[in-house]
Design a protein around this ligand. Structure first.
Ligand SMILES: Nc1ncnc2c1ncn2[C@@H]1O[C@H](COP(=O)(O)OP(=O)(O)OP(=O)(O)O)[C@@H](O)[C@H]1O
Ligand SMILES: [Mg+2]
Length: 197
């Protein structure tokens, strides 16, 4: 009984901590960012945990990727949430692959794929809802709802593909710096550009 109570208190503290952190990050900054570099940094944070689990993280990054105009900390948060979920979904000796590429010359795309236990259609329908988790007392269910909010706010798109017992793939698309700067010279407001996709 006491244990259940302590777990509930811990969970509430964790939720509050993450919500406060999220609120603080709502004030975003805009700068030209190298997505490859951010991905490498984020993997650096969790490399040790991955090694302990015998999980390999492979990079397949497009060289000289166009920069994107975004918020450094929020982008880190997005990738960290998705990679952490991938790490939780794979068995010992699992595999996570991180790819970047350019699409149609003006979009920067990132995919994070794992060969973990995957998701049913039923689960996939709810993953972006706040507090939806299949991790019982170990998850807050906030990771992907926060991720979704940030990606949208920064003018991006997020897509998910998954198959039970095969794995999952999260793909994020952002407009590159190039298209934003061209439109800026045409004096179009950046907010409009971000929304019109
Ligand atoms: N790569 C993945 N493979 C399988 N299921 C996933 C994957 N990513 C997300 N999910 C499913 O989506 C649910 C919601 O994820 P989300 O990150 O929002 O919360 P969580 O991971 O459960 O909790 P927290 O992020 O607080 O640790 C997970 O509980 C899991 O069922
Ligand atoms: Mg999560």
């Amino acid at each position: 009984m006491l244990l259940v109570f302590l777990i509930s208190v811990l969970l509430i503290s964790l939720v509050t901590y993450r919500l406060l952190g999220f609120a603080k990050r709502l004030e975003s900054t805009s700068e030209a960012l190298d997505v490859n570099e951010i991905l490498r940094n984020v993997v650096g944070f969790i490399q040790k945990e991955a090694e302990d689990q015998n999980v390999s993280i492979e990079f397949n990054l497009h060289e000289n990727l166009e920069h994107i105009i975004s918020d450094h900390g929020q982008l880190e948060q997005v990738f960290l949430n998705i990679i952490n979920n991938a790490l939780a979904a794979v068995e010992d000796e699992g595999r996570i692959e991180i790819r970047t590429w350019e699409e149609s010359g003006y979009m920067v795309a990132v995919s994070i794929a794992d060969n973990g236990f995957g998701m049913s259609t039923q689960t996939m329908n709810h993953i972006f809802e706040p507090f939806f988790t299949t991790k019982k007392q170990f998850g807050t269910g906030l990771g992907l709802s926060i991720t979704f909010g940030i990606v949208k706010k920064l003018g991006g798109e997020i897509k998910v593909e998954s198959q039970v017992d095969v794995g999952s793939r999260f793909i994020i698309f952002y407009q590159s710096d190039k298209v934003l700067s061209v439109r800026r010279t045409l004096h179009e407001p950046v907010e409009d550009i971000a929304c019109r996709r």
